[in-house]
Design a protein around this ligand. Structure first.
Ligand code: G
Ligand code: G
Ligand code: MN
Ligand code: NA
Length: 254
């Protein structure tokens, strides 16, 4: 309960910060970076989201946290350089409580694009697949409007929820993030290999692309590449890092 009050204050005082984990393309170019929230607690030290997101959820602070992360991430990303091959680098933001097409989100994004100068095309919103179940038509409509402006939607931790592949047809999500638990043994386990291949084939058939999450070894990378995955996130390439450090990596590639 104590922690909840402190988190409330931290949000109000901008006392949280973001790190960014690069998502890397086939030539080692940084194509996007995922914002991951951190909290430097005055007594407990650095707290990971695994510790304080449940507190935020319990305290009804998740919505405010989503909006805080969105604002901070777009503001920082607006200052990033283009990648070493000249392409703009996207910023990926996780949404927990905010629905991917609710009007408050559209208002926030519109104001942030205006105020920071970031372009719509550089914004990626990550949602877990279970959040795609039973979205009202009004929300889907605004998702399509955002997609029309250039915003992209990514389905996070794909394969771990229970939404069906059939949903992908209706949802304007063009990025599928294959969860790291399938990536872990993709090079050695026949079932995981088959599952990842099926996800990739369906995603490609639907006009989307896949990101392999949690890539830690060369074997995983080579297997994913052979399956047709062309973008990767994981410790083989880079851990999450502050925005200033990231700028150097974006300029030089991984
Ligand atoms: O960095 P890692 O330990 O950094 O993240 C742990 C979990 O917390 C992940 O499942 C990730 O999706 C979630 N997470 C990290 N940062 C954010 C954030 O800014 N917003 C939301 N909603 N979830 C986040
Ligand atoms: O759930 P989501 O994918 O949004 O959150 C990213 C989480 O994955 C963070 O906790 C981050 O620290 C973790 N992560 C990123 N790269 C790797 C990796 O290569 N291996 C493992 N085990 N975890 C990773
Ligand atoms: Mn994510
Ligand atoms: Na994920």
């Amino acid at each position: 309960l104590h922690l909840e009050g402190e988190l409330r204050d931290a949000l109000a005082n901008d006392a949280l910060h973001l790190e960014y984990q690069p998502i890397v393309g086939a030539d080692g170019d940084v194509v996007s970076c995922e914002a991951l929230v951190r909290w430097w607690h005055p007594e407990r030290g650095l707290l990971s989201p695994g510790v304080f997101l449940p507190v935020a959820e319990q305290g009804g602070l998740m919505r405010e946290l989503d909006r805080w992360v969105l604002r901070r991430a777009l503001t920082e990303a607006a200052q990033w350089p283009v990648s070493h091959n000249g392409f703009p680098v996207s910023v990926s933001v996780n949404l927990s409580e905010l629905l991917p097409g609710e009007s408050e989100l559209v208002d926030d994004l519109t104001a942030l694009v205006r105020d920071t100068g970031i372009t719509w095309e550089r914004i990626v919103l990550e949602i877990v697949e279970t959040a795609l179940i039973d979205l009202p038509e009004s929300v889907l409509k605004r998702m399509r409007e955002l997609a029309g402006r250039g915003v992209r939607f990514a389905v996070d931790d794909f394969g771990t929820g229970y939404s069906s592949l059939g949903r992908l047809k209706e949802i304007p999500a063009e990025i599928i993030k294959v969860d790291r638990r399938f990536v872990a043994d993709v090079a050695t386990d026949k079932w995981d290999h088959a599952l990842v291949k099926a996800i990739v084939d369906i995603t490609h058939a639907a006009g989307g692309r896949c990101i392999g999450e949690g890539v830690e070894t060369l074997e995983q990378l080579e297997t994913l590449s052979a399956i047709g995955v062309t973008a990767y996130q994981g410790w083989l390439f880079a851990h999450a890092m502050p925005s200033a450090e990231l700028c150097t990596l974006i300029r030089n590639g991984v």
